[in-house]
Design a protein around this ligand. Structure first.
Ligand SMILES: NC(=O)C1=CN([C@@H]2O[C@H](COP(=O)(O)OP(=O)(O)OC[C@H]3O[C@@H](n4cnc5c(N)ncnc54)[C@H](O)[C@@H]3O)[C@@H](O)[C@H]2O)[C@H](O)CC1
Ligand SMILES: [K+]
Length: 247
């Protein structure tokens, strides 16, 4: 499937998909987040095969997906370290549940430094080492340019030698307009969810673009007048560049 062949949506349309999933079809946020995070871990292993992974997690739904991915990566023998953008009591209810599980299974969890990272830390020291950085700081609910402490984490990720895998969008990229804020994550690959977002297509910050199934029933799209075909007929993660299963 090519990016241009697949229908792309705005943040507003994606929010409507989310609303319909929860309110009309009783598919809970935690179920969608589990699908998102599991696919993120799968893509991380298959594409980057990391030994050590740093997961940068924001307080919202995007960060929740990162926390699920951290659990699956730890279960699969990877050395995972989580860095929260905000203290644990700032997390939404569903991401907080994911964090509680991670704490119980002993995954190391840190919080972004306040005041923000110093220059030496931004050059790739200070937050733990990794062969892969998983960026789940901000998703489609970005407003304006990333503020501290998220901005410091974005600069840290961009200054690190390891590749960055972003969930849904590189943090700092507006999924509707395609405008990259300052700072904005420069991803080696991005796994977006359910449908591509218009702002991701052709954006250099995105890297390789993949799409993951979060179990949206076709009726959700039918009611919105969106024709998506059957992108996940063969595999729950597809590459939007080559059309086959993600490898
Ligand atoms: N159907 C789906 O696609 C699903 C997507 N999921 C994931 O959830 C996010 C959207 O989650 P939401 O809670 O609405 O918000 P975010 O995680 O994107 O971010 C909210 C968080 O970020 C803060 N923030 C916003 N702008 C800034 C800024 N400029 N600087 C600093 N911080 C900022 C804001 O205050 C909030 O705290 C979506 O992208 C998917 O990844 C669901 O997991 C499943 C369904
Ligand atoms: K992100």
């Amino acid at each position: 499937m090519s990016g241009s062949a697949c229908p792309a949506v705005t943040a507003e349309q994606m929010r409507e998909v989310d609303r319909a999933m929860v309110e009309d079809f009783h598919i809970e946020l935690g179920q969608m987040m589990e699908n998102a995070g599991r696919s993120l871990a799968e893509l991380a292993v298959n594409t980057f095969d990391p030994v050590r992974v740093v997961v940068l997690a924001g307080p919202g739904g995007n960060g929740g997906g990162g926390l699920v991915a951290a659990r699956h990566l730890a279960n699969r023998g990877r050395d995972v370290h989580v860095v929260l953008a905000k203290p644990a009591d700032h997390l939404g209810e569903v991401p907080a549940h994911q964090l509680d599980i991670l704490a119980r299974i002993g995954v190391p969890i840190g919080t972004a430094p306040d005041p923000p990272l110093r220059a030496a830390e931004v050059r790739g020291e200070g937050l733990g080492e990794g062969d892969l950085i998983v960026d789940t700081l901000i998703g489609y609910s970005l407003v304006g340019s990333p503020a501290e402490p998220v901005a410091g984490l974005v600069r840290w990720a961009n200054g690190h030698a390891a590749p960055v895998l972003s969930l849904d969008t590189p943090s700092g990229l507006d999924v509707t307009t395609g405008v990259a804020a300052n700072p904005c994550v420069r991803a080696a690959a991005t796994l977006t969810l359910a449908l591509p977002k218009v702002g991701l297509l052709g954006s250099p910050e995105v890297g390789r673009l993949y799409l993951a199934d979060i179990s949206v029933p076709p009726l959700v799209y039918e009611r919105m007048g969106i024709e998506i075909g059957n992108p996940f007929g063969e595999h729950p993660i597809v590459s939007l560049d080559c059309g086959g299963p993600a490898s």
